[in-house]
Design a protein around this ligand. Structure first.
Ligand code: NAD
Length: 286
């Protein structure tokens, strides 16, 4: 497999923006593709703010302009022609991911490796949307990608050893640690654990046992978590969390059943930080 110099990212939302920043900071050329012009504008603004903070802390290997110069922004899938590695990070909807992957597959050279940042879907099912199941792999990042050290690497049924080796080398160049999920199972290691934790917090809230603030505080101070489960849900997007839980529930049964609060907040459009309200109210934030 050839050298990986250019990484194409599909979906410049919460995760794709951070992934693009990590890749460009660590010397990769980046092609950032999103179908929405607005999403690309927002991604550029978010990244500029984040790079400034890293620069102020003396934590950038090169000036922000040098890093952003490595990135090409585009709404056109054909931009993926330049890629040596594709990372898909569009919303957690199977049909959408399959459509994006199928389209990207037709734009890229056959040897290009495809990775999906899905939180839980079967890598084998996503790979089936392409003609490169042996060059397809799960690359599960954590939020925020610019801070979190881990990438969970997931093998699909047909992922080749060479693909795994190449992706592991890329992860290390990105300055990340890895764990490998050897069996393609819904929810991998981390999403199975995290979803149970978040749902138990929602049940404690619904039973009137403690407030949102105190459940979060208990988790931060008792277990050393940087964020409590409700803070993390708001940060990640409540609709993403619900989609993930619905799939886990379908796969593993009752222990993952979404709670009424998790369902109702999404129905009300309270998606967390991105919509200005979730478990907490962010309307006063800039
Ligand atoms: N949010 C988290 O904390 C988190 C953590 C780990 C993994 N993930 C996974 O990462 C993926 C993305 O999640 P997110 O939270 O960044 O979502 P998001 O909604 O913030 O961003 C998704 C982006 O994809 C773009 N998009 C939609 N349709 C597209 C298309 N057809 N082609 C190209 N771009 C398209 C949207 O415009 C948006 O910018 C999901 O699979 C999610 O499960 C999320």
């Amino acid at each position: 497999m050839g050298e990986i110099n250019t990484i194409c990212i599909f979906g410049l939302g919460i995760m794709g923006t951070g992934i693009a920043q990590v890749a460009a900071t660590n010397g990769f050329k980046v092609v950032a593709v999103d179908t929405f012009e607005q999403a690309l504008d927002r991604a550029q603004q978010t990244m500029a703010r984040s790079l400034k903070k890293f620069e102020e802390k003396g934590k950038l290997p090169s000036p922000p302009e040098e890093i952003t110069e490595r990135i090409t922004w585009s709404t056109d899938y054909q931009a993926a022609q330049l890629a040596d590695l594709v990372i898909e990070s569009v919303p957690e909807i199977m049909e959408l991911k399959q459509e994006v992957l199928g389209k990207a597959d037709r734009c890229c050279r056959p040897e290009v490796i495809f990775a999906s940042n899905t939180s839980q879907f079967s890598i084998t099912a996503l790979a089936a949307a392409t003609d490169r199941p042996d060059r397809f792999i799960g690359m599960h990042w954590f939020n925020p990608p610019v801070i979190m050290k881990l990438i969970e690497v997931v093998r699909g049924l047909q992922t080749s050893d060479a693909t795994l080796e190449t992706l592991m080398a890329v992860c290390h160049k990105l300055n990340k640690e890895t764990v490998v999920c050897n069996k393609d199972t819904v929810g991998f290691i981390t999403t199975r654990m995290l979803s149970l934790w978040g749902s138990e917090a929602a049940r404690i809230l619904e039973e009137g046992i403690a407030s949102v603030e105190d459940i979060d505080k208990a988790c931060r101070l008792a277990f050393g978590h940087p964020m409590g489960p409700f803070q993390l849900s708001d940060f990640s997007g409540l609709e993403t969390g619900l989609r993930v839980r619905q799939k886990l529930f379908e796969t593993y049964g009752d222990r993952y059943r979404p709670t009424p609060t998790q369902i109702n907040l999404v129905k009300a459009g309270f998606l967390g930080r991105k919509s200005g309200r979730g478990y907490y109210d962010y309307s006063g934030d800039k």
